[in-house]
Design a protein around this ligand. Structure first.
Ligand code: ATP
Ligand code: MG
Length: 392
């Protein structure tokens, strides 16, 4: 019996004239993601993509697992391929649905007939197939309101398809359809979640990370690289930029008042991020900030940080509680990596009494007391890039 995976497009079905571009992007993302699993033919029709495996031994549950993490998909399911012939549909259904219907108590049949040349109309298909399934599985009863199992029959162009599952897709828009942005990725819980949320809106992510050896260890960087790798499951390929930040942090410590350390450091991070963003065609920055979470994330502090930004800064976690952010980080499987105990450069030289309501003019004055420009340029020049991609 031949089985395929059906993918239903998400929100982009609404995109009118751009729909084709969105579909092409999604198809490309899906093909890349499943290519390591074997040979497939992917075709699209009527807001559905058909993933047709060409080898016998392809593991369809792995296909579903991977495709379930691709943004732009509303729902997906495995389905059995039938001839467009009612008796074939019945025969295949008996075999294909034996396990699920064997364990269920109630069911209903749902039919979609996009090929209007098929001789039976949808209500008739539902009634007839429902009757046949009842004969075959006499322990079942029909429940049209709250069935345990909904058997769906789709009569389409070349074939009919039968399935009994509907898996929720990752939602959102295909990665790449909204352009590229630079994620400031620390080893913490929030920034990977922020990157994931923007990828969900179709943003292709590049990541930048600041290291301050010897204050931060190589293991701290490896942890962030591990996070990057995890994110590729959802975000696709990620260019990862690692910025040597020690000299800048030491200069802040030597030349600026302690209470401003963190804000000035964050302004320098933003400055470097947008220079590298420009080189890599990123149109915005992304951070994991959330209002009030720490002293550098009060509204006044964020205003001082934003004052150096010449491109938009997206902060998708801004209104979220930590518990909500943690919930997502568990779902996307970054939580266990994020909670490994390595230090971040943000915790180096942390002021004892950071200013929670800094004034921009005070910050600018403090920062202007030293010429950071040569060190900024040096850090940008010495930034190393690695790419992470869907691994297996
Ligand atoms: P996170 O959990 O994402 O680390 P946080 O609550 O620890 O966030 P901060 O340490 O103040 O908050 O950092 C705020 C944001 O600044 C982070 O979400 C991240 O976007 C960015 N950031 C912090 N440290 C670094 C770093 N070493 N490299 C790159 N970006 C960083
Ligand atoms: Mg952090």
């Amino acid at each position: 019996m031949k089985e395929i995976v059906l993918v239903k497009y998400g929100e982009m079905a609404l995109k009118g004239l751009n729909k084709k571009t969105f579909e092409d992007m999604l198809t490309k993302n899906i093909k890349r993601r499943i290519k390591p699993l074997g040979k497939f033919v992917c075709t699209s029709a009527q807001s559905t993509l058909y993933i047709d495996p060409q080898d016998e031994d392809i593991d369809l549950s792995e296909v579903v697992e991977r495709v379930g993490k691709i943004f732009g998909i509303a729902a997906l399911c495995r389905a059995c391929v039938c001839e467009k012939d009612f008796s074939d549909i019945c025969e295949k259904s008996y075999e294909y649905l034996e396990d699920v219907l064997g364990c269920a108590k109630t069911f209903k049949v749902n039919a979609k007939r996009s090929d209007k040349a098929f001789p039976m109309k949808s209500p008739e298909i539902c009634m007839e197939l429902g009757g046949k399934l009842l004969e075959r599985f006499p322990h079942l009863t029909v429940d049209v309101k709250e069935p345990e199992i909904t058997v769906t029959v789709e009569i389409r162009d070349t074939n009919a398809y039968v399935h009994a599952e509907n898996i929720k897709g990752a939602g959102g828009l295909p990665v790449g359809s909204s352009g590229k942005a630079m994620l400031l990725l620390s080893g913490g819980i929030d920034s990977p979640v922020a990157g994931w949320m923007m990828a969900k809106r179709g943003v292709h992510i590049a990541a930048i990370h600041y290291v301050s050896p010897p204050y931060t260890s190589e293991r701290a960087q490896l942890k962030v690289e591990q996070l990057c790798e995890k994110l590729t499951d959802w975000c696709g390929g990620i260019a990862f930029y690692c910025v040597p930040f020690t000299e800048l942090q030491e200069a802040i410590k030597d030349h600026c008042p302690e209470e401003f350390f963190t804000i000035i450091m964050r302004r320098l991070m933003m400055e470097i991020a947008q220079r590298i963003a420009a080189k890599d065609n990123c149109l915005a920055l992304i951070t994991g900030e959330s209002v009030g979470q720490v002293a550098s994330q009060t509204m006044a502090a964020i205003a001082c940080t934003d004052a150096v930004c010449r491109i938009p800064v997206f902060r998708p976690c801004i209104g979220m509680d930590k518990t909500e952010i943690i919930e997502i980080s568990r779902k996307i499987d970054t939580f266990d990596i994020s909670t490994l105990p390595y230090e971040d450069c943000c915790t180096v030289f942390t002021p004892r009494h950071p200013k929670v309501r800094p004034r921009l003019e005070d910050i600018e004055k403090a920062q202007n007391s030293f010429d950071f420009e040569p060190l900024i340029q040096k850090a940008v020049e010495n930034t190393e890039m690695k790419t992470f991609d869907i691994s297996k």
